[in-house]
Design a protein around this ligand. Structure first.
Ligand SMILES: *Cc1c(COP(=O)(O)O)cnc(C)c1O
Length: 457
């Protein structure tokens, strides 16, 4: 019998998970290899060594089911972890639904999202290997501020290439990064060859995540004391986020309940994988039934509308080739899209699970997403990040479906962050100025013609 008294399920510090969960050994088929962009042969650990510390490379290719969380990382996690799991009782009532809606809230971290779960882990391993500087990219600034925070904690310099349009439109995240000690550039810059090339052909380029990644990678590749850090997509990033789902499993047990459907918004896939992977383990190895749902924006629907193939991770064609759902590495979503989740690809592990039918996906236009976010805020008092609002939309739709069907559906979603730095997007929505941008079919078709040519088994 589900607990019907509480709205909050909290674990004690001592109940915080001691290991991250690696889904690779439980996958129905092994993940396809990562390929060198020149030779198109599988890359080895040494190929990645200029960019990442060896400990993270070993996690990237690990087939161990559990990887112990180092004590210094757990010490920092303890400041906000275990994070709370809430039952959205007021939202249930407002929707007049027999569904039970739960959400795991990652907005309680110091910078307001799930991203510090991996930023802290990554900088710990870099520090261990004597690295003094980290370069990275950021879109809206969530990742940059998480890394800036971790850099301040470990005494590592953080250099951030921030997509130019966001740099100018979202000054508060830049100021937060600078407050935490990071150096922030508006990308494209003239500090890198990639940036110079882009500026030469388009001096007014608004930048893109793909360009900023290329710039950050170039800086790390050229400087021996500098490594690169990525806030999503890679296996080790998803691994670090699984602490979210491990906690949620224990919290659902406290609630004497188990989800029928799990939901996460998906940009690169990390917050969703963090919540879902431990439940997918239960599904694959213990036969516990549930549905797994990824939610994307219609302006950048990598899984819903993309192709499962080899592509570059960046616009500048500098990264290895990974097999993933992609819209093409030079696809840039329309500037009018305010909801985040703008990356052209999807994490390879999430892509594989989608290809195998284990993870489903759905894409929404931005107005219904913000409408759901406002409904949620007025019921639960928390204003979701625009990214997280995609998960809120899907959770509400599941609850409405359950009402129509008269069934007791149990819904769990990841509320990956709060939206306090995204008030201009809410402002545009409330003023009726947000446009639903049609799915950019033509731009995606164009971009897909420029995929690298790789023979696939
Ligand atoms: C960055 C971000 C996302 C999207 O990234 P994923 O890797 O797909 O999780 C989602 N929510 C918030 C709050 C973010 O900051």
């Amino acid at each position: 019998m589900p607990d019907n008294k509480h709205i909050k399920y909290i674990l004690d510090e001592s109940q915080m998970p001691k290991a991250w969960y690696n889904i690779v050994p439980d996958l129905p088929t092994p993940p396809p290899p990562v390929l060198h962009p020149g030779t198109k042969q599988p890359v080895g650990p040494d190929d990645l060594a200029p960019l990442f510390p060896m400990a993270l490379i070993m996690q990237e290719v690990s087939t161990e089911r559990y990887i112990e969380i180092p004590e210094p990382v757990r010490d920092i996690y303890r400041q906000w972890r275990p994070s709370p799991l809430f039952r959205a009782r007021r939202l249930e009532k407002l929707l007049d639904t027999p569904a039970r809606i739960y959400y795991k809230y990652e907005g309680v971290s110091p910078v307001g999202s799930h991203k510090p779960n991996t930023a802290v882990a990554q900088l710990f391993y870099n520090k261990e290997e004597g690295i003094t500087k980290i370069s990275t990219e950021t879109g809206a600034g969530q990742w940059g501020s998480s890394l800036a925070m971790a850099g301040a904690m470990f005494g590592i310099d953080v250099e951030v290439f921030m997509v130019k349009v966001s740099y100018h439109q979202k000054p508060y995240r830049r100021i937060l990064m600078e407050t935490l000690g990071a150096t922030v550039h508006a990308s494209p810059t003239d500090l890198t060859d990639v940036g110079k090339k882009v500026l030469a052909s388009d001096p007014d380029s608004p930048g893109s995540l793909g360009i900023a990644i290329s710039e950050a990678v170039e800086v790390a590749a050229k400087n021996p004391d500098t490594k690169y850090s990525l806030g999503s997509v890679l296996n080790h990033v998803l691994l670090h986020q699984t602490i979210v789902g491990e906690e949620a499993l224990a919290q659902m047990a406290l609630a004497d309940d188990y989800p029928d459907v799990l939901i996460g918004c998906a940009g690169g896939g990390s917050n969703m994988a963090g919540l879902l992977f431990p439940f997918i383990r239960e599904h694959l190895t213990n036969g516990r039934q549930a549905r797994f749902l990824a939610v994307e924006p219609m302006a950048c629907p990598s899984m819903t509308k993309g192709t499962y193939t080899y592509d570059f991770g960046d616009t500048g064609e500098m990264t290895p080739l990974v097999r993933m759902y992609t819209l093409g590495h030079d696809f840039v979503p329309p500037g009018i899209h305010a909801g985040g989740l703008r990356y052209h690809g999807m994490a390879p592990l999430v892509s594989l699970l989608h290809e195998q039918g284990i993870i489903e996906s759905v894409a929404y236009h931005q107005n219904p997403v913000f409408e759901a976010a406002v409904t949620f805020a007025r019921a639960e008092g928390i204003t979701p990040a625009p990214e997280s609002a995609h998960a809120v939309r899907a959770a509400i739709d599941q609850a409405l479906e359950a009402r129509e069907a008269g069934e007791e559906r149990v819904i769990l979603f990841n509320l990956s962050g709060h939206g306090f730095f995204d008030m201009s997007a809410y402002d545009a929505y409330l003023a009726g100025k947000l446009e639903d941008y049609e799915y950019p079919e033509e731009a995606i078709a164009q971009s897909l013609t420029r995929l690298p040519q790789v023979e696939m088994a």
